[in-house]
Design a protein around this ligand. Sequence first.
Ligand code: ATP
Ligand code: MG
Length: 230
Amino acid sequence: MNAIIKGVDICRQFPSGNKKIQVLNNVNVDFEEKTLTVLKGRSGSGKTTLMNILGTLDRPTSGRVFAFGEDITDLSEGKLDEIRKNNVSFVFQSVALMGTMSAYENVEFMLRIAKKPMDKERILHCLDLVGLSNRVYHMPYQLSGGEQQRVAIARAIVHRPKVIFADEPTAQLDSETSKVIMNMFHRIIEEEGVTVIMTTHDQNMMELADKVYTLDDGKIVSYVDNREGR
Ligand SMILES: Nc1ncnc2c1ncn2[C@@H]1O[C@H](COP(=O)(O)OP(=O)(O)OP(=O)(O)O)[C@@H](O)[C@H]1O
Ligand SMILES: [Mg+2]
């Protein structure tokens, strides 16, 4: 198995007054290249905390994080920044598109941030991948919620990251649109070779994932590999 990201015995505590609360408790997870894995669990179970640690935005209190073939747990902020810039991308629940930029310009903006050359063909290709070739010059206010989320996904892949972390990307969408987004992730995995790790509350999304980890109160309580029965 080819784990592109792996968490071993991850614990995370947060201070709470003069006590500490244990938010993640010996979590072991691994994510295979070119798969779609869902982290599921009720509100407060630790999904976002885990995702932030796996995505280099936070550090575990104890345990190890392996990514792209190295142990990144103790790397300096500078090194983590470098890894983040070249390898990972984030999609959030509330789509944060730039309101004064068109769909095209929002995607282009990511190339600017990643200091990659402006590449019109690549930008149009990414908008096409998410089914928006006929909305390229629309402004965010002219797009539906699902379309805005698709622009956010195009923006997240344009600079060719290896892993996309999506925290509840479908939470504000109806279930049909959520399915469209999940199928889009599969298409992007197939065509771009990325790995997708996403969180959701939505039970209907489970069967559309390759693997599902369930978190409860900071612990992994179940693991399902849907590909075994396919
Ligand atoms: N920076 C922090 N300081 C203190 N407690 C925190 C911090 N971040 C998260 N927590 C606590 O950790 C627990 C897990 O939070 P987390 O955001 O990971 O949950 P979640 O599973 O993503 O929930 P949701 O589905 O509501 O997004 C919560 O009880 C939260 O209060
Ligand atoms: Mg969360």
